[in-house]
Design a protein around this ligand. Structure first.
Ligand SMILES: *Cc1c(COP(=O)(O)O)cnc(C)c1O
Length: 357
């Protein structure tokens, strides 16, 4: 797709790039430009542009401010050892964004156009991709309903934007297993709701449980299903996998779970290495039993930010269960090494997942 015009206005005041890439943190500084385009139910997508990074001006009655019409994506550009910058499975993010859009009655973007604008934007900002170990350029595409009226109805005007932020290593001090609280009060999503869509509203609704867990020293919550509070769903902003008695078990995509691209990639790597992977319902009782009889060998979360995050302790109804003595297990480590190896171009990408600009 090359005949989709993007008007580029370069900044005349480029910012200094961070000198110390060990202190980048996550999503705190932004590059010089941003991509934007608008949509109207009559005109379709129009006014695609790359402009200097700046605050948005938004009507006080804008749909997103009142009714939460917002979706987003998260992916990274990685600098390889040879200096080239590459993306990891960007088409999967685009497909997921369109599924999120469909759920929230926001407009979809044709895949070829979405990929073209993403690559054009990243190409312009690629010098912001840091090169220290574990660092990357985090890309945040997002879309919001932008009608200037308070009526409740499907969106007639929307805006799509992409911003980029150089981010530090998720594990500046080496991989540390995290402590996870199993949430038995709040639920994140229900079947028929928006659990499978990557939308801001899901996050707003999950903050309370996250805060409660944090107060007790837990880094994230593990969600149970919204109907019976019995089946494992996912961890905070990550999908979750368990190694039980030699087999890998991960909750199936039931509609209330976010279909992670890291999840999908972990499953492919595991199968490629000969593991048996079961995507199915996993009840908290089955998990507790596996914890008690020592069959739970490993547990980890997986998502773009951390790639793979080993779980060292699970807490359920006040009872603390250590997992693998609080250490990272061999399978978790293998997944981390394989995925990060492919993403940063350190090992051969036999899956064809990476995409140069
Ligand atoms: C984004 C996200 C994930 C992970 O998805 P990836 O594509 O692997 O980054 C998992 N759960 C939730 C709730 C998310 O928002």
């Amino acid at each position: 797709m090359t005949n989709f015009d993007i008007k580029i206005t370069r900044t005349d005041a480029p910012k200094a790039k961070p000198a110390d890439t060990s202190k980048l943190g996550f999503g705190k500084i932004f590059t010089d430009h941003m991509f934007m385009m608008d949509w109207n139910s009559e005109k379709g997508w129009y006014n695609a542009r790359i402009v200097p990074f700046e605050n948005l001006s938004i009507h006080p009655a804008s749909t997103v401010l009142h009714y939460g019409s917002e979706i987003f994506e998260g992916l990274k550009a990685y600098r390889r050892a040879d200096g080239q910058v590459q993306l990891f499975r960007p088409i999967e993010n685009i497909r997921r964004m369109n599924r999120s859009a469909e759920r929230l009655c926001l407009p979809e973007i044709p895949e070829d156009i979405a990929l073209h604008v993403l690559k054009t934007f990243v190409d312009l900002e690629k010098d912001w991709t840091p090169d220290a170990d574990g660092t990357s350029l985090y890309l945040r595409p997002f879309m919001y309903g932008n009608d200037e009226s308070l009526g409740v109805h499907a969106v007639h005007n929307a805006t799509y934007a992409i911003i980029a932020s150089p981010v530090g290593s998720y594990y500046p001090e080496g991989i540390n297993p995290v402590k996870i609280m199993i949430e038995d009060q709040d639920v994140r999503a229900v079947r028929g709701g928006t659990g499978y869509a990557k939308c801001g509203g899901n996050y707003a609704a999950s903050n309370r449980a996250g805060e409660r867990a944090a107060k007790q020293g837990y880094s994230q919550v593990l969600w149970l299903d919204g109907v019976e509070r019995k089946y494992i769903e996912e961890v905070g902003a990550m999908n979750v996998m368990f190694k039980i008695d030699g087999k890998i078990v991960t909750p199936m995509l039931s509609g209330s779970i976010l279909p992670g691209i890291t999840r999908m990639s972990c499953i492919a790597v595991l199968k490629d290495k000969g593991f048996e992977v079961e995507e199915r319902l996993l009840s908290i009782d089955e998990l507790a039993e596996a914890l008690e009889n020592g069959k739970l060998e490993e547990a980890w979360g997986c998502g773009t930010a951390a790639v793979v995050s080993p779980i060292g302790e699970l807490c359920y109804k006040g009872v603390k269960y250590p997992v693998n003595n609080g250490e990272i297990g061999a399978t978790t480590q293998m997944l981390y090494d394989t995925l990060t190896g492919i993403q940063w171009g350190k090992i051969e990408d036999t899956f064809g997942w990476t995409e140069s600009l």
